[in-house]
Design a protein around this ligand. Sequence first.
Ligand code: AMP
Length: 400
Amino acid sequence: MKILVFNCGSSSIKYQLFEMPDGTICAKGLVQRIGEKHSEAFQKCGDAEIRSDELIENHQHGLQVIRKMLTDPDKGPIKSMSEIAACGHRVVHGGESFTGSMEVDDEVEKVIENYSDLAPLHNPPNLTGIREAKKTLGDKIPQIACFDTAFHQTIPNVAYLYGLPYDMYEKYKIRRYGFHGTSHRYVARRAAKLMNMDKYDADLITCHLGNGCSIAAVKAGKSIDTSMGLTPLEGVMMGTRTGDFDPAIIFYLNRKGYSSEDLDKIFNKKSGLLGLSGISNDVRDLEAKAESGDTRARLALDVFAYRIRKYIGAYLAVLNGCHGIVFTGGIGENEAKMRCRIVENMENLGIRLDDKKNASIRGTEGSIEADNSKIRLLVVPTDEEGAIANDTYNIVSGGK
Ligand code: AMP
């Protein structure tokens, strides 16, 4: 059964075509800079690559280009779109309405639309992708929505409520939702498997460290706390986002003349590793600079690691200890130096890294703890698209 998975952003569409249930990737592609002068599209199917430089005006047009590439007579993986049994879509915000992936009907569409004001950059393009896929593929092909927030819906109220007047939660649904749920769930399950444990027995701290970063406390396979909040701005420091800080900074800067729009841009786009270093949001660049003696680059990397250590400490308390700490995302999977910075000098908590094992793992699954470490340390490359394909397959085939 062929399943097409979409991750639609405001100006891009990423997609992968899977053969399920075995999970083989038949093709993957990207349409980017939609609506801009230099829009482009490419697809890889085995060794065959297709590129298109045609001007892509909007998402509908993007879907048409994808259709053309998927059914390309020489380089495409399928002859006709009718071979596709279902589509899975990444949807960022499902609020309190969804605890798992769902087939999209009018009701589900409405909820995604309603949560757009909490995820204005993500939910509208996610919904456009669903609507355009429906138009392009026809009503008969099920569209499944997989929510970044769904895995964290098991978080208890003590962890999801803020210390705000309760009616702000009742009136405006202001609470912690958490994101990257598909990734945390996937790596938690993989890690349990690697540890020869049942997924409902493993207590884990999962660290998704990419350009966006979040940490989750997973007890017996369920998320019980996570670092991102109402929006993906809260939590650890990220590539360009602040993470946690004193909210009074907002009033202070307001009085200094910064508007809400200015601050939104600064907190989301100009802070984090980029803001502190003044150089880059990319850990690879910063490591190179730090190596050659740049003190701001080193400081940014140290603050980044320190913030993550604090969350690990907090979640060790929340979980009353854990079986393992899992690293994923571009940084978690590839950056051995950063993994070391995060967990070094935590021996008294039962955390000991094996430097050799750590240095040898880059972008692959593996364990990096020393033999005498009480807590396992694991690297698990995330596979959000694969997890979405799996959920989609399970829903359309009636499985679980
Ligand atoms: P992501 O958002 O998951 O793609 O992660 C992006 C971050 O991962 C950037 O800070 C990169 O510096 C870091 N990174 C380190 N090594 C790699 C790699 N080999 N491929 C992609 N990202 C990497």
